[in-house]
Design a protein around this ligand. Structure first.
Ligand code: DQA
Length: 146
């Protein structure tokens, strides 16, 4: 049986996980996170493709790909979450999207409280560290029909 494809899309600055503010985002690198999510996904019967970019247009292109092929998405748009209407307009086209934030943005600076993409996703997980990505994959495996 072919595995259900899932895209995990990490946006701006998330390629620096492990080096960037480890007190907020932890010590795990993006490469380690990606390897872990591919393994976790395989255990759940999912073929997980983890990508990261600092370029908004590339991120939008990946959302178009998910929309066209009906692929569920886990996304952490990083700071774009707070102001990118372009990503909001793209994510609304994706049939199933879970937004993940490593930190609880509502306990941080006021500018992080504005979430312009959240109204267009299926659900949001925030403040649970990198474990939020695992929860999102587990939810997709159990809730999204193949
Ligand atoms: C983040 C929270 C954002 O405010 C921040 O700009 C990020 C990471 C998180 O995962 O907690 O880059 O999305």
């Amino acid at each position: 049986m072919t595995k259900r494809r899932v895209l995990v899309l990490n946006g701006v600055n998330l390629g620096r996980l492990g080096q960037r503010q480890p007190e907020v985002y932890g010590a795990t690198t993006h490469a380690q996170l990606a390897e872990h999510l591919v393994e976790t996904g395989a255990g759940l019967g999912l073929a997980v493709d983890v990508r990261q970019t600092d370029h908004e247009g590339e991120f939008v292109g990946w959302l178009h790909e998910a929309a066209a092929a009906d692929i569920p998405v886990v996304l952490n748009p990083g700071a774009w979450s707070h102001y990118s209407y372009a990503i909001a307009d793209a994510v609304v086209q994706v049939p199933f999207a879970v937004e993940v934030h490593i930190s609880n943005v509502h306990r941080r600076e006021p500018w992080r409280h504005t979430m312009v993409i959240s109204p267009y996703v299926t659900g949001t997980i925030l403040g649970l560290g990198l474990g939020g990505y695992d929860l999102a994959l587990a939810h997709i495996a159990s809730a999204v029909p193949a």
